[in-house]
Design a protein around this ligand. Structure first.
Ligand SMILES: [Zn+2]
Length: 232
């Protein structure tokens, strides 16, 4: 579950990310009553097996729910909880349609399990590696193999959201600088599993986050919240 919002007297509207039908919204009736049949099973960041009833409206109704993983450790750690909320927000906004992306579902499941196994892994590098993988799944992976404007493979010194990737010294007009360690972080994060996400210094991570933001703004007209909260 990505998110849960109070609705009416005792209900909640849930935003769910599913393997087969993308992002869906569903109403859980009576869930806020003390003796709800859903108990405490419908909480954000839970991995659930859910039965949904499709009525006439757009909103589905939750008719049954089983907890697959409640991620108890994650939920007991403020930073991990914040990282989970940001990861879920990014998924919900980048993949907000009913088009299925089972790969994105699996990626989010892995991200939440990782935060649960090791709440201290809620780092900015882990958050950015996750976002890069989301870009890849959305077909928005920045071009890193050569200059996104002219194809030059050497002297890649900047990043341009408009061009969609790294650019060379001759094409850097509308770009901002991208240091070699930021470039290395991006290629490694895209090439490795989440569990082996690379690390980098603050300056490099700042450039990586800017590159991700510029890509999303130019190609998806989307702005995400910062990858990590201020306490990070
Ligand atoms: Zn160029």
């Amino acid at each position: 579950m990505l998110r849960s919002m109070r609705y009416g007297e005792a209900d909640r509207i849930l935003h769910l990310y599913t393997p087969n039908r993308g992002r869906v919204s569903a109403i859980a009736k009576g869930v806020r009553r003390a003796r709800s049949r859903f108990g405490g099973r419908l909480e954000p960041f839970f991995r659930l097996s859910i039965e949904l009833h499709e009525g006439r409206g757009e909103l589905l109704t939750v008719t049954g729910a089983q907890t697959v993983d409640g991620h108890a450790r994650l939920r007991g750690d403020a930073r991990a909880l914040d990282a989970a909320a940001r990861a879920c927000d990014a998924v919900g906004r980048l993949f907000e349609t009913s088009e299925p992306h089972p790969g994105v579902f699996n990626l989010l499941c892995r991200k939440l399990s990782l935060l649960d196994e090791q709440p201290a892994a809620a780092t900015r590098s882990a958050a950015l590696a996750f976002r890069l993988k989301l870009l890849l799944a959305a077909g928005l992976a920045p071009q890193l193999g050569g200059c996104a404007t002219c194809g030059e493979r050497e002297h890649l010194v900047g990043f341009s959201g408009a061009a969609g990737g790294v650019v060379c010294g001759a094409c850097e007009a509308a770009s901002f600088p991208l240091a070699p360690d930021a470039y290395a972080f991006m290629t490694e994060a895209l090439g490795r599993p989440l569990t082996e996400a690379p690390a980098a210094g603050d300056a490099a991570l700042g450039q990586v986050e800017r590159a991700i933001s510029a890509t999303l703004e130019h190609h998806a007209h989307l702005r995400l919240m910062p990858a990590l909260g201020r306490s990070g």
